[in-house]
Design a protein. Structure first.
Length: 125
């Protein structure tokens, strides 16, 4: 297995466990202690992701199977294009992770809810 294939497997498994299964214990298993978060609404480190998970759980976000449309890797960077249900709406996410020593070390993202109306018929996923 290439480094890129291994990194894609690590990220997709971690993402499912953390955000699909809402497994707080997976945060320590898959993230570095000095995890760098570029989403301005989430604190750095595993504590920031754990706080996000606790918020999602408290809001009744269900455990779910994450659908990945695209997973790509270049060296230690992995890109995910996924679908997720949150607050009664479908969302689309682009997540970018940097891997360090087989763990998630850094994260960037962009997200949007499915719009009620569309200007075209092209699928978002």
């Amino acid at each position: 297995m290439t480094t890129e294939e291994s990194n894609k497997q690590i990220v997709s498994t971690a993402y499912q466990r953390i955000f699909g299964d809402l497994d707080v214990t997976a945060v320590d298993e898959y993230m570095t202690e000095n995890f760098i978060q570029h989403n301005p609404t989430i604190a750095d480190g595993p504590k920031g992701v754990k706080a996000l998970l606790q918020m999602l759980i408290s809001q009744g976000v269900p455990k779910q199977k994450i659908s990945f449309k695209h997973i790509a890797a270049e060296g230690d960077i992995v890109f995910l294009h996924s679908r997720y249900e949150m607050a009664g709406k479908e969302w689309r996410f682009i997540d970018i992770y940097r891997i360090e020593n087989n763990k998630l070390a850094e994260h960037w993202d962009a997200m949007m809810p499915m719009p009620d109306g569309r200007a075209n018929n092209n699928p978002m996923f």
